[in-house]
Design a protein around this ligand. Sequence first.
Ligand code: HEM
Length: 441
Amino acid sequence: MAAPAIDKDAPKICPVKPGDPNYLDEASLVYEDILANPEPYYEAMREHDPVHYDKKLQMWLITRYEDLQTVNADPNLYAVGAGYREQYSKGFFEEFKAILEKDGGGFFPDAIMSEPPYHTRIRRLIEGTFTAHKVKELEGRIRKVVVDLIDSFAGNGSCDAVRDFAIPVTIHVICEQLGISLYDAKKISRWSEAVTAQIGRMQNREQMIENARHICELQKYLINEMKDREANPKNDLISGIVHASVTHEDGTVEKLTFEEAVSIVRAVLIAGNDTTATALGNLAYLLATRPDLAEALYENVDDDRFVTRFVEEHLRRMPPIRGLSRLTMEDTVLNGKHLPKGSHLLNVYGSGNHDPQQFPDPLEFKMDRPNLGRHVVFGGGVHRCIGLALARMEVKIVAQELIRRVKDLRLAIDPGDIRYMPTVATQTIANLPVTFSRREG
Ligand code: HEM
């Protein structure tokens, strides 16, 4: 996923407040206080300027649900891959590529960050690996990983729900899904950072070289695992991707190239990481701040339909992804706004999920919404999240197993002191100190 980062040195406080006539002109997603509470900015844009140019971020922000649908319906006009490639390892691309070719088993462009018809071929080849049916086969193993982790800290009484819970759970689960035994959260986080830094535009040459070394290590590790699955297929995602194939009507069998397969395994490891950890950190926040909802979840924990709807509304109410980028390939007009060819857009899914035209009382937690699942938490169109069945299952298992084992979950800091990671891509709580007690019996 193309995930633009913001300037870490950007000012922290927006100079104007909602209600000031200059608010829309001056406000920006680069301000830390707006990143922490973007709702007033989203609302002002949706109401007064739904396709809004954020001067400091230098991107067009697409904030209405309907406009997000329009953008996602035309992936060749509003392209994912073109902008991604343009940003990739910017300023150092040739040197970066040479390091990977020399020491990392090769340079493998991201096959999924592309446009139809090439993208269609890739999705067709890998979709079978991510179906709800395949995901179901992993459920038992994932539940065991989650239960073991929660049991290991449930008696402690306090923890950082992001660092000690959401991140390790996600990394353990993704290793389980991929079928790798490397449960080294620090290493995987560092690899993840190195990969996302290539589109963040914030690395200098020294950092690029260091990041490239980490990516070499990551690729060599994955290639080893993939070679093993080529010879000995198992019931895991790596085997699914390595052996993915489509049989055509004339009997010919199509497969991913090895380069494509490496890039997909790498993308799955990275794409499923921050997003799902964010959803789990947000879940801890919800349960800690809404004891009424925590109680309702506990009382209905064995009711599959209840938990499914609970998770769906949680994801819409606190969507992990704020915004992901697009590049216009031609001059175009979107909701009356002229966008020249080469415009950088941000699909602000965070705002679309709270558009009152689609979801009345958008900030309320309402499990009885008739259109509960019609959110844009997982995007839309041809790039809609391929891991959504896995993500939903993981959040659901964690919600069930956490509420079965832990009670009286509360924040140990003032909600106003919560800090968010400095990125426009996700709305990720950085640290979440909480207290709780083990539920006996
Ligand atoms: C709660 C967790 C997750 C959220 C909120 C989420 C959200 C998204 C969104 C919004 C997109 C659309 C990208 C765009 O519009 O540019 C996307 C794409 C993608 N996601 Fe997820 N995701 C999650 C978990 C996962 C997991 C667990 C995996 C892998 C196992 C995954 C793999 C991918 C991939 C490979 C794409 C690119 C698809 C394409 O371009 O065809 N995601 N995700």
